[in-house]
Design a binder for this molecule. Structure first.
Ligand code: NDP
Length: 388
């Protein structure tokens, strides 16, 4: 098997850290050649030494300055800003770019890498939600591959390999139900960010963990799946599966339901993307079938998870509506984390923003970036009206 040189955008995050663990487990297969972070330059010191990385980028210019002045990176090029991240993603030796920046800051670097026909191992679902039309068109035009890291989409990708599209009836995304699956509905207005961050089955970054509790995450994933697998959102179902062992399913035209199972660890989908299409032993525990394994499934309760209903509506509307949903959700989550919005204020704030920012068909990346900025401004303006 060949050696895969990779760059990791978002190397200090939850996905970035797990990607590095996978690279550590396969030193003769995966070579880390570029790393980026936002401001957390100190965490890059030991990583640069361990993986002998020669180029890094820090999105925050002050962090890049501090890193240069620290003297901790001898012989390492320290780039900055989105341009620096783009240069790391486009390094000539890089074959696969792990796109794992939270939010949409990874958009330009990811598109630039696709243009150079680099494979994208995509964790940042926000990029497809915001600009799926342009990201997928760029990949198609350049003949580049996008491999999904998100566990649900990775599962579906595994299930669809070599499967003609006319044999696929529906996709079924599984959802853990997040931190408040069993919380009485009457208690939801009082729940705190600390409680929302207690995910029952996954250990993830803070934003995606809160999005799990509201199921805005599953809404984003419906939109993501639509772009990845070229299927309308009406044919994408969601089922609550608290054990997070079935990562997703595909219903074939004859009614047969195919599932992909593994323990809830991101090591599996990340390794799949980095070694694709080859398989090697994985540095994570496997399912122990000598133990009793419970696999519960139930339909999502839309009263508990109104963000799922709103995301479906945005997916159906299309155009810039998914970008507005994503932007308003980010503002709402920030306000919730800052103690300025109740947990139950997140969905109404998103819905109101969607009602006020009308959707249009974007004809360029700038169009979606403008819709994103407009929705952020609108949600920020509306947020105090939904305050606790
Ligand atoms: P984290 O919050 O753990 O990490 C985010 C990473 O992005 C960090 O390296 C951070 O750098 C960097 N970053 C943050 N803001 C910026 C910015 N403005 N410019 C450049 N870099 C920035 O996130 P996760 O790893 O949890 O998630 C990353 C993506 O993967 C998200 O889109 C998420 O939805 C998706 N995902 C995550 C899963 C998980 O298990 N965690 C599962 C499936 C998908 P710094 O440390 O300097 O702040």
């Amino acid at each position: 098997m060949d050696m895969r040189p990779i760059a990791i955008l978002g190397a200090t995050g939850s996905i970035g850290t797990t990607t590095l663990a996978v690279a550590r487990a396969h030193p003769s297969r995966i070579k880390v050649v570029g790393l980026t972070a936002n401001s957390n330059w100190r965490e890059l010191i030991s990583l640069v030494k361990e993986f002998e990385v020669k180029t890094i980028a820090l999105a925050h210019p002050q962090a890049a300055k501090s890193a240069r002045e620290s003297g901790e990176f001898p012989g390492v090029r320290i780039l900055e800003g989105i341009e620096g991240m783009t240069e790391v993603a486009c390094l000539p030796e890089v074959q696969t770019v792990v796109s794992a920046v939270v939010g949409t800051a990874g958009l330009k670097p990811t598109i630039a890498a696709l243009r150079l026909q680099k494979t994208i191992a995509l964790a940042s679902k926000e990029l497809l939600v915001l600009a799926g039309k342009f990201v997928t068109a760029t990949a198609k035009q350049a003949g580049a591959t996008i491999l999904p890291i998100d566990s649900e989409h990775n599962a579906i990708h595994q299930l669809l390999r070599h499967r003609p599209s006319h044999e696929v009836a529906r996709l079924v995304l599984t959802a853990s139900g997040g931190a408040f699956r069993n919380t009485p509905l009457s208690d939801l207005p009082k729940v705190t960010p600390a409680q929302a961050l207690q995910h029952p089955s996954w250990n993830m970054g803070p934003k995606v963990t809160i999005d799990s509790a509201t199921m805005a995450n599953k809404g984003l994933e419906i939109i993501e799946a639509g772009w990845l697998f070229n299927i309308p959102s009406e044919r994408i179902d969601v089922v609550v599966h608290p054990q997070s062992i079935i990562h997703s399913m595909v219903t074939l035209t004859d009614g047969s339901l195919n599932a992909q199972l593994s323990p809830p660890s991101m090591v599996y989908p990340i390794q799949d993307c980095l070694l694709y299409p080859q398989r090697l032993p994985c540095p994570a525990p496997i399912l122990d079938l000598n133990e009793v394994i419970k696999l519960e499934m139930s339909p999502p309760d839309l009263e508990r998870y109104p963000c799922l209903r709103i995301a479906r509506q945005a997916a159906k509307t299309g155009g810039t509506a998914p970008a507005v949903f994503n932007a308003a959700n980010e503002i709402a989550v920030e306000a919730f984390v800052a103690g300025k919005l109740a947990f139950t204020g997140i969905a109404p704030l998103i819905e109101k923003t969607l009602n006020l920012c009308s959707s249009r068909e974007p004809s360029s990346l700038d169009d979606v970036l403008n819709a994103d900025a407009e929705a952020r401004a609108m949600a920020s303006k509306l947020a105090p009206g939904f305050a606790r």
